[in-house]
Every structure is written in C-alpha cells, then in structure tokens.
Design a protein around this ligand. Structure first.
Ligand code: HEC
Ligand code: HEC
Length: 194
C-alpha cells in the first residue's frame, strides 16, 4: 500500500446555491431548511454537524444510514410514526414535506461528501464514474479501493499522515466532513481489485 498525504487544513463550507442544479431546487432546499429550523430543531440536529438538543432525537444527517428518506416523507404526510410516540404531530402540506425532504437529503453524508470533493479535490482528481483526472498523476477517486480500503483515508485525514506529494495541497476536515467524504468515496468505488 502506498502511503499518502492529507494534512489538516480547512475544507470550506459552501452556500446551497453553489451546488444545487436549478433555482427551484435551491428554493426547495432553503425553504426546507427554514421549515426544519422552525419545526424540528428544538429536538433534532438538522444540519451538517452538531448534536441534537434532545438526545433521543437522531441527527437528520444520520437518517440515510438506517432509514429510507422517502418513507420519512410518507410518515410526515400521513402523521404515522408507528412506535415513535415521542414525535409530535404536524399539520403539514405536501409541498412542505417535499421541501423538508430536499433539506434532509442535502445534509446526508453521500451528497455532502460529493460537494466537498467537488469543491476541494476535483481540480485534480476525477470524482465521478466516467470523468478523467485533470492532474495526470492524481488517482480517479473511483479507483482508490483498487489500492487500499477507502477507510484507510479516514485515519490519514484524522492524523494528518503525510508523505511527499508535492502537488497535493493541505486540508483540514472536521470529523463530519471526513465521514461525508468517506461515505461518498465508498459510494463510487468500482471495486475492481486486480
Ligand atoms: C419535541 C421533539 C421533536 C420534534 C420537534 C421533532 N422530533 Fe423527530 N424525533 C423526536 C424523537 C425523541 C425521536 C426519536 C424517538 C422517537 O422516534 O420517538 C424522533 C425521531 C424522528 C425520526 C426518526 C424516526 C426513526 O425511525 O427513527 C425522524 C425521521 C424525525 N424524528 C423527523 C422529524 C422531523 C422531520 C421533524 C420536524 C418536522 C421532527 N422530527 C421534529 C423528537 C422530535
Ligand atoms: C492540486 C492537485 C490536487 C488536489 C486539489 C488534490 N489532490 Fe490528491 N493527489 C494529487 C496528486 C498529484 C496525487 C498523486 C501524488 C503521488 O502519488 O505522488 C494525489 C494523490 C492522492 C491520493 C492517493 C495517495 C496515494 O498514496 O496513492 C489520495 C487518496 C488523494 N490524493 C486524495 C485527495 C483528496 C481527498 C483531495 C481533496 C480533499 C485531494 N486529493 C485533492 C493532487 C491533488
């Protein structure tokens, strides 16, 4: 396994408008964030980081690890929380549900990680399934697992492990950003070990 360099520096955050596809998508996400702040943030952590004020309420960004986001929309719409009796009842319209879901999807690790690598790594690395790396020596991210487990990067990020990669800039990532990048990288691996 080759060693790699990922020093700690700050991965920049970005406004919704920097990444969303269309104006209507941007307004849906922003509206969804507003609704979530108003109706959900007294108990849940609704954003890309942070603890839930109510420790029994899972952070929104963890939902995709154990739930279907679409099903959450169905539950909100039908006020059907099954055994989740601590959830309050909401009077909510279909449009509001759609926008809250847009927000919930926005904060999930895979799309969050996609935005982070787009912003911080794509100047050199291929970050999707069919693109080429802009820097000829930079590995396409979909091939990382050919050389080592994607999880090895987590340690590299956390510990700032380095070797000589002159062209590679320094990064600092928060634990939530590291989780998001790893989740995204895992989602695109081709898994062709040869
Ligand atoms: C008064 C506190 C409170 C508010 C406000 C609240 N929740 Fe919750 N929510 C909880 C608690 C506590 C749980 C976990 C325990 C449970 O399910 O009852 C939970 C669980 C959930 C779950 C996960 C259910 C599961 O399967 O684990 C989802 C999804 C959810 N809430 C969405 C929302 C959304 C969306 C809003 C705002 C529209 C919201 N919650 C507002 C307290 C709250
Ligand atoms: C300015 C160009 C540039 C940027 C930006 C960049 N890299 Fe790299 N990266 C490289 C180059 C060049 C190499 C190959 C260096 C070598 O093997 O000597 C590399 C290698 C790597 C490797 C493999 C190291 C190994 O041991 O094979 C990983 C993993 C990696 N980069 C991750 C990232 C991540 C994650 C980001 C964004 C947070 C990023 N890179 C941003 C240029 C860049």
């Amino acid at each position: 396994m080759k060693k790699f360099l990922l020093l700690l520096g700050f991965l920049s955050a970005f406004p919704v408008s920097a990444e969303a596809q269309s104006q209507s998508e941007i307004s849906a996400i922003v509206h969804g964030e507003g609704l979530a702040k108003l109706n959900c943030s007294t108990c849940h952590s609704i954003g890309l980081s942070g603890e839930s004020p109510n420790k029994d309420a899972p952070a929104f960004r963890t939902f995709s690890s154990y739930r279907s986001i679409t099903l959450i929309g169905w539950e909100l719409m039908n006020k059907d929380w099954g055994e989740h009796r601590k959830m309050p009842q909401f009077q909510i319209t279909a449009d509001q549900v759609r926008d809250i879901l847009e927000w919930i999807r926005w904060v999930q690790p895979v799309p969050h990680g996609r935005r982070l690598v787009q912003k911080n790594c794509s100047q050199c690395h291929a970050i999707d399934m069919n693109d080429d790396s802009a820097h000829p020596a930079a590995i396409p991210f979909r091939n990382i697992s050919v050389f080592y487990p994607v999880e090895a990067l987590e340690e590299a990020f956390a510990e700032g492990i380095m070797t000589g990669h002159p062209d590679m800039p320094e990064y600092e990532a928060s634990p939530d950003q590291i989780t998001a990048i790893i989740a995204y990288l895992n989602s695109i691996q081709e898994n062709v070990r040869q």
